[in-house]
Design a protein around this ligand. Structure first.
Ligand code: DC
Length: 240
């Protein structure tokens, strides 16, 4: 097979297709921060699939869509154009990156993510992006359903208390007033919802590498992932 380093960013990989690294795991396990940094180190694109579900949920919330009504959902999806640029997401041209993080939209997203049509719509977009360029993609179903043939798969976990602490600190930084207990309660509820979903449920792929992030810094986690990636597909460049 031909070596094609440019397709795989800083990684020299023997692949005829763009590199796909998946990171799945429950809310608050540190996926976004880790995935973003890992993509940077590898010199490839980062894809936050949670943001895609959140943007669709925001659109539905604004239009008062009933997620159980197939025709309403179809019309909604026909009216949506998503554009993702680094870590910003645009809904029909509007930058909604901050709006989609509110507790309200977080709750709406868990409902929208249950809808088959929504998943089908977003999975097609995720696969289209991956067919064009190498990426580190994070979500719940990336290593299982969306990219079963990904080059390297990770499953990030942390204790519920640690995850709730991280989320609560994030909210505080953004000036959102919510108690730690409420964050923990909602997180456990979301774990339950994410795991029970009929399609694209949160699940570790059998060939995913499980990493416990409790007590580790982002850089330590990224280093661990890079070590696994090197072992699996080659080495990242000295500058990477
Ligand atoms: O990772 P996050 O918290 O931004 O995800 C928001 C919601 O979207 C969460 O309830 C799970 C759902 N989701 C999903 O079902 N599949 C994905 N690939 C990503 C997120």
């Amino acid at each position: 097979m031909e070596r094609s380093p440019s397709r795989c960013g800083n990684v020299s990989c023997e692949s005829t297709r763009p590199l796909v690294v998946t990171i799945d795991g429950p809310a608050g396990a540190g996926k976004s921060t880790v995935a973003k940094k890992l993509a940077e180190r590898l010199g490839i694109r980062y894809l936050d699939t949670g943001a895609m579900y959140r943007a669709v949920a925001l659109a539905g919330y604004r239009q008062g869509v009933n997620w159980q009504d197939d025709a309403q959902v179809r019309r909604l999806l026909q009216s949506i154009e998503l554009h993702i640029e680094e870590d910003r997401i645009f809904l029909n041209g509007e930058d909604v990156s901050d709006l989609i993080r509110s507790p309200e939209i977080t709750r709406e997203t868990a409902r929208a993510a249950d809808v088959f049509q929504v998943r089908e719509f977003l999975i097609a977009q995720q696969r289209a992006i991956a067919s064009r360029e190498s990426l580190v993609t994070e979500g719940r179903d990336q290593g299982t359903l969306v990219f079963p043939d990904a080059h390297v798969k990770f499953f990030l976990v942390a204790s519920p208390e640690e995850r709730a602490r991280r989320r609560w600190r994030d909210f505080k930084r953004k000036g959102i007033d919510i108690s730690y207990e409420k964050v923990l309660e909602e997180l456990l509820q979301r774990d339950e919802q994410d795991s029970r979903r009929p399609f694209g449920a949160l699940k570790k792929a059998p060939d995913a590498i499980e990493i416990h992030t409790d007590g580790l810094t982002v850089d330590q986690v990224v280093d661990i992932l890079l070590t696994h990636i090197r072992k699996h597909i080659g080495t990242d460049s000295p500058s990477g």
